[in-house]
Each structure stands twice: as structure tokens, then as C-alpha cells.
Design a protein around this ligand. Structure first.
Ligand SMILES: *Cc1c(COP(=O)(O)O)cnc(C)c1O
Length: 394
């Protein structure tokens, strides 16, 4: 069930979690829809399968694949990224405190601030790029944080957090470090190798990669956490359908080539935007002027395919601009083969409008896809004209 082993990501991405089916020779693991499994005697299962919420062969293949790609011992699949997030919450107790990126995914913050708070879990939003602030926020002894929640690169400002440094401080204080690895993917960044305890994905994004499946994944090498996560996965039940597991696995097969191409496109677009008079500031952590460039080189294979920038002019200008692109589709979400454009303040980040996580009104976010980059740049260029974006700050 695990497929050939290799230390090369590209090989693992194609083969992990899949080897030709012993009975049929099928090269692709079957989508096993059965909700229940015959027992040859009471408790005598074939391969440990009893009931589809508890375990399923297609899901097990996906879980083996994400474990292999994250360099982890254990993988877990869920119905969505937030279902995976919720499952991690079950590791905490009332009275616990979580230190979280102040630039975290809006839905994660909403879950923490509006739901977890009701169950006695406190959450501190901290700028995790400020290591002194991180140390102070984690604290020590009885009052120390129970969990540290890193997201890097962050959304939508693409700040980069030093995973090894933050995970080191968390470990000293006895806290669990979680890295939301959705933006980077395990191809670009390996959180467990940098000292994190758990890596989390919204598989809805790059891992699925085709905007056609909602899913979540966790990976860890800590047996103690894995045992509790497995228990809660079954007990709380937010598991993915076998068909969704198949779609995520199909996405994983091409992850390495998609990320390389999308990142190359993002690089070209970031450099091009950086020279445009209509643009005030470009955030892409691989730009020469980026404060995160050295850290990216240390921690990531490539800087990734998300780009954000601030336009000159008012919110209305930015609204006209994102409506004027033809190849970049105006839509929420990210990480797929097609390029998307959005206005975080009015779309993905509405839920954090009045919180410490609020974002600049004129900020535009691109999820750069794998189209021909000349076409993508030409599309942005015509949108500058159609939207009449001023060529100088006003
Ligand atoms: C989308 C997203 C999530 C939530 O995942 P869903 O699959 O939508 O539940 C969490 N973190 C990040 C960084 C995301 O982009």
C-alpha cells in the first residue's frame, strides 16, 4: 500500500500511497465506496477495515501519501482544511492558550475566536516574524501556551515565519507546534524536518490543485499525537469521501511540476509588477528587496506562487481592476492550475475586517497558475488600462 521508497520528492509524489493492485494489476488505487467490510468471524477483519468512517482503503492510500511527502510517520485525511484544524483543537483542554500567527487564514481565526473561545480556549494573535514577541507570548511554566500555530508564508501579505526558531521556543515551553503548510506545500517546505510537530493542509488548494475538491490533511511523526488524532478523526467524524481522497491523490501526482511552473510564473509576474508605476508595493518573498529572502533560501525550496500587491488609488480602483482581468478569474481560493485574482479586504478577509488581522483595502492577491506567463502579464497590463489605475500615488 505504500509504494516504492525514494528520498526524491518528485518520485514520492508520483508513487507514494500507490502500487499496482495485487489482485487486478490496476495502476491507480481503486475508489472503494463500501461503507462496511465483511468480518470472517467477530472482529476478524481483512486489513483492519470495519466501517468507512473509521478507515477506508482509498483514504488510507491518501494518508500514506501525505505522510511520505511530509517525511512523517502518520497521515490523516479530513473533509476540509478546517475539519483538520478542528481535529487539532481536540488536543487542547479548557483553560489552554494558543499562540497564533496574526496573519493566519481568516477561517482559522474565525474558528478560534468565535467557536474555540466558547470552550475556554484562549488565542493570542502574534506577529510570528518578531521572535522576541513570540518568546514573550509563549511564556513558560504553568502559564505557557499549549500550542503554537504557524502559517507561512502568510495570507495575504506573504510574510515568512522562521519555523525552526519558533518551533524551538515552543518545544522548550512544552507547546505543540502546528504549521499550516497550505501555501508552501511539502514540495517547497518540510515543517517536520524544521522541528514542527504537525503539518496541516487545506488540500482544497495546491494538493488537490484543480479547484474541484474540498479536503484537509495532517501529518505528524509523534506517535502520542497520532494516537489521539486517530481517535478524534473517528470520534468526531469529519472524514472525506473516498472519491474526494482519489481526487486529492490525483492532484498530488503532479504537485512538483505544478509548483515549479506556477512559481516560475509568479516570479516573472512579481518582477514585472515591481516595475509598474501603478503599483505601490509588491509582496513576493523571492523579490530582491524582500525582508524574507534569506529565510526563504534557508527554509523553502522556492518562494511559492502567491503574489500580492497594493495598487495606487482608492478601493474603487482596485475593485475595477480585479473585475477587468480576463484570464485571471475573480474568485476566492487559490492553488489550482488556473490563475485567480481577488481583493482580500472585500472577499477572503471579510471575516477579520475589525480584528488584528484586517488587511489594506487596496491589496490585490494573485494565485498564479500554470498558463503561459506572457498571457498572464498581458492580462494584467490590459486591466491596468481598463481600470484606469493611476500611474502615481495620489
Ligand atoms: C483554505 C485554507 C484553509 C481552510 O481550508 P478549507 O479546505 O477551506 O477548509 C486553511 N488554511 C489556509 C492557509 C487556507 O488557504
Amino acid at each position: 500500500m505504500t509504494g516504492p521508497t525514494s528520498d526524491k520528492f518528485e518520485t514520492l509524489a508520483v508513487h507514494a500511497g500507490a502500487e499496482p493492485d495485487a489482485a487486478t494489476g490496476a495502476v491507480v488505487p481503486a475508489i472503494q465506496m463500501s461503507t462496511t467490510f465483511k468480518q470472517d468471524g467477530v472482529g476478524a477483519t481483512r486489513g483492519g477495515f470495519e466501517y468507512g468512517r473509521s478507515d477506508n482503503p482509498t483514504r488510507r492510500s491518501l494518508e500514506a501519501a501525505i505522510a511520505a511527502l511530509e517525511g512523517a510517520e502518520h497521515g490523516f485525511a479530513y473533509a476540509s482544511g478546517l475539519a483538520a484544524t478542528q481535529n487539532l483543537l481536540y488536543l487542547t483542554q479548557p483553560g489552554d492558550r494558543i499562540v497564533m500567527s496574526d496573519d493566519v487564514y481568516g477561517g482559522t481565526w474565525r474558528l478560534a475566536d468565535k467557536v474555540w473561545a466558547r470552550y475556554g480556549i484562549a488565542v493570542d494573535a502574534v506577529d510570528l516574524t518578531d521572535l522576541e514577541a513570540v518568546r514573550a507570548a509563549i511564556g513558560s511554566g504553568d502559564g505557557a501556551a499549549r500550542m503554537v500555530w504557524i502559517e507561512t508564508p502568510t495570507n495575504p501579505l506573504l510574510k515568512v515565519v522562521d519555523i525552526a526558531a519558533v518551533a524551538g521556543m515552543a518545544r522548550e515551553a512544552g507547546a505543540i507546534t502546528v504549521v499550516d503548510n497550505t501555501f508552501a506545500t511539502p514540495f517547497l517546505q518540510q515543517p517536520l524536518a524544521l522541528g514542527a510537530d504537525v503539518s496541516l493542509h487545506s488540500a482544497t488548494k495546491y494538493l488537490g490543485g484543480h479547484s474541484d475538491v474540498i479536503g484537509g490533511l495532517l501529518a505528524t511523526s509523534r506517535d502520542d499525537l497520532a494516537e489521539r488524532l486517530r481517535f478524534h478523526q473517528n470520534a468526531a467524524g469529519a472524514v472525506p469521501s473516498p472519491f474526494d481522497c482519489f481526487l486529492v491523490m490525483r492532484g498530488l501526482r503532479t504537485l512538483a511540476v505544478r509548483m515549479e511552473r506556477a512559481t516560475a510564473n509568479a516570479r516573472a509576474i512579481a518582477f514585472w509588477l515591481n516595475g509598474r508605476p501603478e503599483v505601490r508595493q509588491v509582496s513576493w518573498p523571492g523579490l530582491p528587496g524582500s525582508p524574507y529572502r534569506e529565510l526563504v533560501e534557508r527554509q523553502m525550496r522556492l518562494p511559492g506562487a502567491m503574489v500580492s500587491f497594493e495598487l495606487n488609488g482608492e478601493l474603487a480602483v482596485a475593485e475595477r481592476f480585479v473585475a477587468a482581468t480576463r484570464l485571471f478569474t475573480l474568485a476566492e481560493s487559490l492553488g489550482a492550475v488556473e490563475s485567480l485574482i481577488e481583493l482580500p479586504a472585500a472577499m477572503t478577509h471579510v471575516s477579520v475586517a475589525d480584528s488584528p488581522l484586517a488587511v489594506p483595502a487596496g491589496l490585490v492577491r494573485l494565485s498564479v497558475g500554470i498558463e503561459a506567463v506572457e498571457d498572464l502579464i498581458a492580462d494584467l497590463e490590459q486591466a491596468f488600462v481598463v481600470a484606469a489605475v493611476p500611474a502615481a500615488a495620489v
